[in-house]
Design a binder for this molecule. Structure first.
Ligand code: 4AD
Ligand code: MG
Length: 459
């Protein structure tokens, strides 16, 4: 079945059928022009109706949001807006949309209002564009890794371990919350829970990803991850998608090369394959979008240690909401100062203090820092978090002890270091953070179809 995108880029032809939703209808007493959209492209096809051939009752049903099946001929357009249009012979109204109650009328709506009708917002130009770009980026991610010989590994969503150790997990249980089974000490008896233990939704597929990398060489996972952090910001979701490659035999420099190549590939893919949607977003949402995308693919990212980054921030004379000093976790205001004000391009920060990073990162000889890398982007702040992994069982165990971590559920992870351990590295790219950058949208709630944030799980 041909779609509107095919017709718009094709040649005039007789006897075509187009189906889609009405965006607008205008005209006079002799002729009506209907702009029809089927989601295949941001562009509408113009349907021309000679009103002599259509009865008034039918035309009345054709209002914004109605769904139509139009039969006619695809002919060269006399108007200036399009090369071809459909001269309608017959119209079937699949579904009407009452103008009194259909919320998406012609006028522009605020993003906040559109979030309240997230079930309908994919029918707007903006969300259509964002969702098509989202698809293109997901496809490009698989293509990038497949072309490099990485294997797509499906890591579990339900887990008994906390990869990041931040305790921000959503519990998964089938226990009766009104009548919890208790042990003799009065604790909840998870042995009676579905999995016979306490389980949660995963915050990251990394730990299982490392199992894959130490067998298949290079793998990636790409799936939903969950964080029960109470962060109400334009950059945090409780459910977001993460791309996590993990590579045996990569050191931290190989890792940074891959991070940079990967993001540039995705941005270039969008520039090459999403032109109409990007042009629309550039016009309506962010006039610097396309220029910013082009600048990222053509510039070399800055690589700098955390310690040097702190020095620059301290010397900046800038008043930050959160004061800077060696050892603090960088806030988005700090990251954006480095990227937007100081360097004017993406920055990869390395060698973070071990106390603000997760247990698995490779320890440097200074005893204070680890081989973590965060990729910082204009407008976004952190877009990637990654590291070389600690390959030594002894060092890893020592760190685990320092952090007083419970290792009962990590024995299998430690086996990677016990049997044939190897240097390896990996990273996690927040898929929605990438989409914020590529679409120019300002709020992460507007680059995922149905956002989950504190106190919101509608749709
Ligand atoms: O820096 P994070 O927490 O790193 C990890 O989870 C590692 N296990 C990844 C790895 O090395 N395999 O998260 C990685 C990325 C962040 O850089 C950010 O882009 C995104 O995930 N992210 C979020 N995106 C949206 N909402 C949130 N609440 C996010 N938390 C992290
Ligand atoms: Mg991080």
């Amino acid at each position: 079945m041909k779609r509107i995108k095919d017709y718009l880029s094709g040649q005039p032809e007789k006897d075509v059928v187009v189906k889609g939703w009405v965006r607008t209808k205008r005209g006079n007493k002799n002729v009506a022009f209907i702009a029809l959209n089927d989601g295949s492209t941001i562009n509408n096809i113009q349907v021309v109706c000679d009103l002599q051939h259509f009865d008034e009752a039918l035309m009345k049903q054709i209002t914004t949001g109605a769904c139509l099946c139009v039969q006619g001929d695809l002919v060269p357009s006399l108007g200036s807006g399009q090369a071809v249009e459909v001269q309608a012979r017959n119209i079937e109204v699949y579904g009407t949309a009452d103008p009194e109650t259909y919320p998406l009328q012609k006028k522009g709506h605020s993003m906040e209002f559109l979030r309240e009708i997230a079930h309908l917002r994919p029918r707007t130009n903006t969300f259509g564009a964002v969702l098509r770009i989202r698809h293109a980026m997901a496809f490009a991610i698989h293509k990038f890794f497949n072309d490099k010989g990485f294997f797509y590994l499906h890591t579990p969503l339900i887990t008994a371990s906390d990869c990041e150790g931040a305790g921000e997990m959503f519990q998964v249980t089938t226990l009766d919350l009104d009548n919890l089974p208790r042990t003799e000490e009065g604790k909840i008896d998870y042995s009676q829970d579905f999995f016979g233990r306490q389980t949660s939704l995963t915050v990251s597929g990394q730990l299982e990803g490392e199992l894959g990398a130490t067998a298949l060489g290079s793998i990636y996972t790409f799936g939903p991850t969950f964080r029960a952090e109470n962060s109400n910001t334009p950059r945090h979701l409780a459910e977001f998608w993460m791309v996590e490659p993990e590579m045996a035999f990569y050191d931290v420099n190989d890792l940074m090369d891959l991070e940079e190549e990967f993001i540039k590939y995705l941005v270039q893919y969008a520039l090459d394959n999403c032109q109409d949607d990007l042009a629309f977003l550039n016009k309506m949402i962010d006039p610097e979008l396309i220029a910013r995308l082009k600048s990222v693919v053509s510039t070399e990212f800055v690589r700098l240690t955390y310690t040097e980054g702190i020095r620059i921030l301290e010397a900046s004379g800038q008043k930050f909401e959160f004061p800077v000093a060696w050892g603090v976790d960088l806030q988005s205001e700090h990251e954006r100062y480095l990227v937007e004000k100081h360097f004017g391009k993406p920055v990869i920060l390395t060698d973070y203090p071990k106390d603000i990073k997760a247990f698995y990162m490779k320890q440097n000889d200074d005893g204070k820092t680890v081989r973590g890398t965060d990729v910082l982007f204009p407008k976004i702040g952190e877009i990637i978090g990654g590291s070389e992994r600690e390959a030594s069982l002894e060092k890893l165990n020592r760190r685990i002890e320092e952090l007083k971590m419970d290792t009962t559920n990590l024995w299998w992870y430690l086996d990677t270091r016990r049997f044939g351990t190897c240097p390896h590295s990996g990273f996690g790219l927040g898929f929605e953070r990438l989409l914020l950058f590529v679409t120019g949208m300002a709020n992460i709630r507007d680059v995922i179809p149905f956002p989950r944030t504190p106190k919101t799980a509608e749709f």
